[in-house]
Design a protein around this ligand. Structure first.
Ligand SMILES: Nc1ncnc2c1ncn2[C@@H]1O[C@H](COP(=O)(O)OP(=O)(O)OP(=O)(O)O)[C@@H](O)[C@H]1O
Ligand SMILES: [Mg+2]
Length: 367
């Protein structure tokens, strides 16, 4: 597909660096590319995103332009350079430019995806109809595949999983995570800010002000995304930071002392009104048992009890994809759902664990 240029098209010529230079590129010498200017597709809190097609290669790309503070390395760029996964937006090239005021901007040239999961869901809400359950399952599986790679291979926590940061192709059901502007490699011994992640998707340990949280915050956010796709609206629509906790407690009930301790031991002295949990089977009346159980496993207060990304992939909720036949099998194959790169996606496992996971996931090896 050729992305449409705007009326007064100007051809831009840039010297760019490779996102993933190969070993024989040496010091990553810049190459020249040209592209027509096109319309802005996204206004984020940190910059603008526009889409175009690179003339030399015919690649459709999105260019994310962010102000670069000269005092610091850009963390988003450093992290994106590390990542190479089918379900993660790929950094193709990058370059810097100065505006007339002397401000420096970093431009990330990324592979293009037609829409965000947020837009896809709005489409169904507008019709109105429910998003097909199988489409949701395909997206969730790819989300957990990318999180398993991020958490266990790159040791990166995304910290802003939400429908706007998940890009999809509704024709193929492909999903890729984007926006690594909040991502960080968490170190168990170093504290991190707890005012991170968009409100509806914030894990309870973040609301409790924890500074030693783990990659498990991404799993909570993913559970919230899935719940939203099923319900057609956010599951925990908090109006403020603390109201977010009220929304969670209204459904999951008051956390036990043990759960509060697991989220943030400094909060133990606080007293909370005792609210009983509503079974998720009542919240998701139309969903089958496996779906409800899967949501229960991802939306656990205690981050250690909450499923890891790999446990999520192994859940029986996804068995339908593994036993697919006919048209669904074609989708599973074209999205390469059962294919794994063992050296990056399973490298953290012992031989016994690998054997068990391989059997469960019916995983075949790529590369
Ligand atoms: N590779 C891409 N292909 C197509 N659209 C994209 C791509 N990357 C980003 N976008 C669009 O631009 C929007 C903003 O991008 P991104 O989330 O990376 O920026 P941001 O400034 O960090 O945003 P925010 O802080 O609001 O999350 C996305 O929600 C999406 O709609
Ligand atoms: Mg974003």
């Amino acid at each position: 597909m050729n992305l449409q240029p705007v009326g007064n098209t100007e051809i831009v010529r840039k010297q760019v660096y490779q996102g993933h230079p190969s070993a024989n590129d040496g010091e990553n010498k810049p190459t020249e590319i040209t592209y027509p200017t096109t319309e802005v597709v996204g206004h984020g809190s940190f910059g603008v995103v526009f889409t175009t097609t690179i003339k030399e290669t015919g690649e459709d790309v999105a260019i994310k332009k962010v102000l670069q503070d000269r005092r610091f390395k850009n963390r988003e760029l450093e992290i994106m350079k590390l990542l190479k996964h089918l379900n993660i937006i790929d950094l193709k090239y990058y370059f810097y430019e100065k505006d007339t005021h002397g401000e420096v901007y970093l431009n990330l040239i990324l592979d293009y995806m037609p829409q965000s999961l947020y837009q896809r869901l709005r489409h169904f809400v507008h019709i109105p109809s429910a998003m097909p359950r199988l489409e949701i399952k395909c997206y969730m599986y790819q989300l957990f595949k990318s999180l398993n790679y991020l958490h266990n291979f790159a040791f990166v926590c995304h910290r802003d999983i939400k429908p706007q940061n998940l890009l999809v192709d509704p024709d193929t059901f492909a999903l890729r995570i984007c926006d690594f502007g909040s991502a960080k490699q968490l170190k168990p011994t170093e504290p991190n800010v707890s005012y991170i992640c968009s409100r509806y998707y914030r894990a309870p340990e973040l609301i409790f002000g924890a500074t030693h949280y783990s990659n498990q915050i991404d799993v909570w956010s993913s559970g919230c995304v899935m719940a939203e796709l099923l319900l057609g609206q956010p599951m925990f629509p908090g109006e403020s930071g603390i109201d977010q906790l009220v929304e969670i407690i209204k459904i999951l009930g008051t956390p036990s002392r043990q759960e509060i301790c697991a989220m943030n031991p400094n909060y133990m002295e606080h007293k909370f009104p005792q609210i009983k949990p509503i079974p998720l089977s009542r919240v998701f009346k139309k969903e089958d048992e496996q779906t409800v159980q899967f949501l229960t496993d991802t939306l656990k207060y205690d981050p250690m009890e909450r499923f890891s990304a790999l446990q999520c992939l192994c859940s029986s909720y996804f068995d339908e994809l593994r036993h697919a036949q006919g048209q669904l099998k074609q989708i599973v194959d074209s999205l390469r759902l059962l294919q794994f790169d063992y050296s990056t996606e399973f490298a953290h496992l012992t031989q016994d664990q690998l054997q068990a996971v391989r059997l469960k996931l019916q995983a075949t090896q790529v590369r």
